[in-house]
Each structure stands twice: as C-alpha cells, then as structure tokens.
Write a protein that binds this ligand. Structure first.
Ligand code: PGA
Length: 248
C-alpha cells in the first residue's frame, strides 16, 4: 500500500512569517496524519527545516541541478538542499519544463542527483490542454513517465505527481473519472516496470486542489495524496486538505 502524502509547493511565494506558520501547522497534526512535505523557495529552506525539526512536517526544494557542483550561476545542487535539513525535492514541475525548457532526460538526471544526495524526488508529469484535447493523453503521460523516471526508482526515493498543466492555478480540475483513469494507468505502468516497488510508490494528483474538491479527488484508489500550490499558502486551506486525505 502506498504511503499517503500531502505536499505543498509554495512556488515563488512565502516569507519568514509564513515559515513561522509552519511550526503551528506541524504542532496541529494528530499522530495518524499523513506524511506532510512543504516546498518553500530555496532561500527559506533552512529556516523552514529548523522550524519543523522533529515535527510532522518535512521540507523539500522546488528544483535542483543535475550536476553535483560547478559554474552554474543561480542554480542549486541536491546536496545543498539536503544540507538544509530538507528531505525531498520537486523535479520536472511543468513551470520548469515550460519556463526553463527542461526535457525528460534533464528531469531523469535531476531525480538521480536527488537520490545521490539522499533526497526523495517528487517527479512531476502531466499533459497540456492541447494534448488533453487530442486523443492520446494517456500515451503522452505514459511516455513522459517512461522517459523521465530513472530505473531503480523505489517507493522510498520517488513520489510521482500527475499534474495536468491546464489544471495548475486555473481552478479547472479533471473529472474524477479522468483522474481515476490516469492514476490507474500510472499505477499499472509503475508496477509493470518496477514490480512491488511500483505498487508502493506514492502517486499524487496536482492542479487546483482545494478544501472543496480534495475529498472527491482522494476517492480515487490510486490517488495517494496531492501536490498543492495556491492552497498550501494558507494553513486554513491546507489543513482541510490534509484532513480529507487522512479520512480517505
Ligand atoms: P495549484 O498548483 O494547486 O495552485 O494549481 C499546483 C502545482 O503547481 O503544484
């Protein structure tokens, strides 16, 4: 059985005041809460990890460079993220794939760099609106998974987040039937490729998850949690999503 995870992606938002709120969020969790990972901007990683030390909330980066070190101005290595006390890193978010021209092989290399630094990679995949309107959505997503997920992925070192690009920050969400179809396909692909480990890898849905729709999305058997953008910026929005996941 895959582990449940509520992940928050602050993107280029947040400040020290929001980090202070994390300690409160951590303190509010019951012992049966799902795993919680918050991904603030890199400048806040160390403070966030300190605020959440020995708590129910873990911290992750939003991206890493595939190389271990070197002349890459503005970039950050996975080991640097790990050194802050973070445990996870998002790789292949569509805002990186689109805005920074990252390819599947780039993302594969980033996931391997994350593993080498002892981090769990939260690897994102998802189709564009035009691809969804075409007939081959499932094939496109399966190909993305195949090309960006390195071999020897395990349930320990990898989380997969399915995020339809057209649903991110738009308030548009696929139907439950579409979410079930995609996640069932992803589970089948992971199991075919990785056996028992593939059956245990946590599969997240992401894209306009809100307190109002979380419980419905979590009805899908192969949705083990969510990657939440906008609604992770307010504890009063994020907590009901955590609760809906715990109850699912
Ligand atoms: P959203 O973002 O929840 O604001 O749609 C999700 C994401 O990009 O991970």
């Amino acid at each position: 059985m895959a582990r449940k995870l509520a992940a928050g992606n602050w993107k280029m938002n947040g400040d020290l005041a929001l980090v202070d709120g994390l300690a409160t969020l951590a303190g509010n969790q019951s012992t049966d809460a799902p795993q919680i990972v918050i991904c603030p901007p890199h400048t806040l990683l160390a403070q966030a990890a300190k605020a959440c030390e020995n708590s129910a909330v873990e911290i992750g980066g939003q991206d890493c460079r595939a190389e271990a070190k070197g002349a890459y101005t503005g970039d950050i290595a996975a080991s640097m993220i790990a050194e802050t006390g973070a445990t996870h890193v998002i790789v292949g978010h569509s805002e990186r794939r689109d805005g920074h021209h990252e390819t599947n092989p780039d993302i594969r290399a980033k996931a391997q760099a994350a593993w080498a630094a002892g981090l769990t990679a939260i690897l994102c995949i998802g189709e564009s609106e035009a691809e969804r309107e075409g007939s081959d959505t499932l094939t496109i997503i399966a190909d993305q998974l195949q090309a960006s997920l390195p071999d020897n992925a395990t349930a320990e070192n990898t989380v997969i987040a399915y995020e339809p690009i057209w649903a991110i920050g738009t308030g548009k969400v696929p139907t439950l039937a579409q979410i079930i179809e995609t996640h069932d396909m992803l589970r089948a692909e992971l199991t075919a490729r990785l056996g028992d480990e593939g059956a245990k890898i946590t599969l997240l849905y992401g894209g306009s998850v809100k307190p109002t729709n979380a419980a419905e999305i979590f009805q899908a058997e192969n949705v083990n949690g969510a990657l939440v953008g906008g609604a992770s910026l307010k504890p009063t929005d994020f907590q009901p999503i955590i609760d809906a996941l715990a109850a699912s």
